[in-house]
Every structure is written in structure tokens, then in C-alpha cells.
Design a protein around this ligand. Sequence first.
Ligand SMILES: Cc1cc2nc3c(=O)[nH]c(=O)nc-3n(C[C@H](O)[C@H](O)[C@H](O)COP(=O)(O)OP(=O)(O)OC[C@H]3O[C@@H](n4cnc5c(N)ncnc54)[C@H](O)[C@@H]3O)c2cc1C
Length: 281
Amino acid sequence: MNFPTISFELFPPKTPEGYVKLLGIIDQLAGLKPDFISCTYGAGGGSREKTLDVVEHIQNKHHIKAVAHLTCVLHTKDEIKTILEEIKRRGISNVLALRGDPPKDHPDWKPGPKNFRYSSELVAFIRQHFNSYFGIGVAGFPEGHMLAPNREVDAQHLKAKIDAGADYVITQLFFDNQDYFDYIARLKKLGVNKPVIPGILPITDYQALVRFCLLCGASIPVKVHEIFKPLADDPAKTLEAGIRFAVEQCRELLDQGAPGLHFYTLNKISPTDIILKEVRR
Ligand SMILES: Cc1cc2nc3c(=O)[nH]c(=O)nc-3n(C[C@H](O)[C@H](O)[C@H](O)COP(=O)(O)OP(=O)(O)OC[C@H]3O[C@@H](n4cnc5c(N)ncnc54)[C@H](O)[C@@H]3O)c2cc1C
């Protein structure tokens, strides 16, 4: 891969109509010439086939590198091996290896001897059984993962994923670039030199942002509240401010050496298209 990369994240739609609509969005996203597009995977396997359908479509129709997210929570190692064989059979050679979270209907699920405890074990398993066939990405958390005791320990866990064979990292969304720069410095100290691609969420809806960040554990800086809270009832002004914020965030990241930008598109072309046009100008 040539860095810096531009990439987009999609999620598999729930309905056949949603799938058809997504194909249209992918046509438009492909026109923005991304280096890769990734598609998420629901814990427990509910959307696995759809994830693979989306990824296969992107590869076959658009000849763009596509990455299938793969979570191992709820699966046994044998099941994961079968899933990886299916992914390989479909000609997909890039995965984002994740642990995932226990789903709402299995909140107390705990891994046993037949399961993976952490994504680093999944990465090692993929390398053990498939050598270098798969390009492997992993998740990184500039503010530390919600369950990690602190940022230092979380960085060590990221190092374990790299040592197990991961090629690159995509981060959780964040809004304070200093969190990302500090994360990179922590990782460098630990000897991690693989690309850590920042995850960018364009802000288009203040209330939705607050809900989303509560779920994923990303914090919202005071500055973001100050800009977007007063605009909460004005979608047009929120959009405008969201574009301005993201453009500034992306420019600073690239200026300071980030190896790419990974946009959480929420299955929409806009405002990622507008932000990208500004950033590439
Ligand atoms: C870019 C990106 C994409 C994502 N895509 C999806 C998706 O498609 N589907 C989905 O369901 N979820 C997705 N997620 C969410 C992710 O599954 C959750 O954040 C999950 O809680 C952690 O997954 P992980 O792979 O980072 O887990 P891990 O790397 O296993 O880490 C999980 C926790 O365990 C800790 N830990 C790791 N190793 C050790 C160890 N050896 N000893 C003790 N503690 C350890 C970590 O610090 C962390 O607190 C995504 C997240 C990101 C950032």
C-alpha cells in the first residue's frame, strides 16, 4: 500500500432495499478513488454473509481493495477457521481482525478454552493457519480502550497485536488530534512502527454524536460541545460546521505525518466527498 491512504468504512445493510441503495453509494464512493474500503461485521455472525457480499462486490465491480471486518467473540477457533476459509474461497485477502463485544442477547458471554480471548490471539491464529495470505489490520484506541486500565497498558495490548502479525492499525474515532499524536508517541516508544491510520467521523448531528460516543467510548472535547451544541436544531449549520471541523482535523493529521485517513461514512457519500475534496485541494 502507498501511504498516505484514503479509506472508507461501510456497514452491511439490514434489508434487501438497503443493500441495493448501498451499491449506489459504493459507486459514488469508488469515484473518489479510495485506496481501500472496509465493511464492518456484526458480533455473533448475523451479518457475516452480507459483509462478505459487500466486500466481494467492491473488489469485483470496482477493483478496489476491500477489507472484511472479522470479530471472534462468540465463535470457537474451529468456527473462525471455517469462516476464514470461506473468506479466502471468495477471493478476499484483507481482514480487520477484531475481538468484538458480546452482543445484547449474550451480555455475559465469557471466552472459554475453545475461544479467543483477545484479538491478538486471532491475529496469531490467522498467521499460523494462513501464513501471509491475508493482509491484517487491527483496531487501535488513541484514548485507550474502554476496558483497558490506562492508555499505557492499552498501547502494550496494541503492540501484542502487531507482534502477532498485524500489518496496520485503524483507530477509533477521536476529535482531539493531540490524543492521536500522543498515542503514536507511546507506540513508537514501544517499538511499534506500523501505520496507524486515524479514524475520522464527520459530525452531522450533535445528539447522534453524543449517543455514538457514549457507546464506543470516545470522548467529546469541550471545543466540540461548544461548536455543535448551539447548532443542535440546525442541520444545515451543523453540516457546515462539521465539514469545517473535519477538514481542519484531517489537514493537521496529514501535515503531521498521519499515514492516511479512514472515514466512518455511515453509508453516506456526503459529507465525506466534500471533506475529501477540500483536504486534497
Ligand atoms: C476501526 C474499528 C473497526 C471496528 N469494527 C468493528 C466491527 O466490524 N464489528 C464489531 O462488532 N466491532 C467493531 N469494532 C469495535 C471493537 O470490536 C470493540 O472496540 C471491541 O471492544 C474491542 O475490539 P479489539 O479488536 O480492539 O479487542 P482486543 O484487542 O482484544 O482488546 C479488547 C480489550 O482487551 C484488552 N486486552 C487486549 N489484550 C489483552 C491482554 N493480553 N491482556 C489483558 N487485556 C487485554 C484491550 O486493552 C481492550 O481493553 C471496531 C473498532 C474499531 C476501532
